[in-house]
Write a protein that binds this ligand. Structure first.
Ligand SMILES: Nc1nc2c(c(=O)[nH]1)N[C@H]1C(S)=C(S)[C@@H](COP(=O)(O)O)O[C@H]1N2
Ligand SMILES: [Mo]
Length: 153
């Protein structure tokens, strides 16, 4: 995980973006903060309950200007979002999953867990609709947006 001088973990927003960025958890506090109380089941440790706060992933990624024409909704459908934790755990979401015109899932980039700030550990992905805990990736160091995905080459 990359660390700035005294600012804690840094999150890299990369890929098909007009405004790629490096953000600390403090930077993520500049977006409106949402709350989510989630319960998820882990295959190995059972059910967990947590309270998270943080911005919507959609708000943060939209500010980085993904490379689609916002006026053309069909353009967004081939965009993927790859979320990577510092320990190598990673998962892929579709852009449409979090887009208000499509799935509109309230996915958060959490800045706190159970009232504890995540400045040191890095932000955590929160998917209130997930029954399983596996996509609640902690210690996120990189999010890559990919608009070139096609299985048809
Ligand atoms: N970075 C990272 N995040 C992760 C994981 C992981 O291995 N690495 N495991 C996932 C799984 S399987 C679960 S159930 C939840 C909660 O895991 P924990 O009990 O280890 O906190 O975190 C998720 N987030
Ligand atoms: Mo898990």
């Amino acid at each position: 995980m990359s660390r700035g001088a005294g600012h804690g973990a840094e999150l890299l927003l990369a890929g098909d973006l007009a405004r790629p960025a490096r953000l600390t958890v403090a930077d993520l506090l500049t977006w409106p903060q949402r709350r989510a109380a989630v319960s998820f089941e882990c295959a190995t440790s059972g059910v967990q309950h947590h309270r998270f706060t943080g911005p919507l992933l959609h708000d943060v990624l939209s500010a980085a200007r993904p490379g689609f024409d916002p006026a053309r909704r069909k353009d967004r459908l081939r965009f993927l979002i790859a979320v990577h934790g510092a320990d190598g755990h990673h998962a892929v979401l579709s852009w449409a999953e979090i887009d208000p015109d499509f799935g509109n899932a309230a996915v958060l980039l959490a800045t706190t867990i159970d009232d504890t700030p995540l400045d040191g550990a890095g932000p955590q992905l929160v998917l209130p609709q997930d029954r399983c805990g596996a996509r609640h990736i902690s210690g996120i160091d990189t999010i890559r947006v990919d608009g070139g995905y096609t299985p048809w080459n």
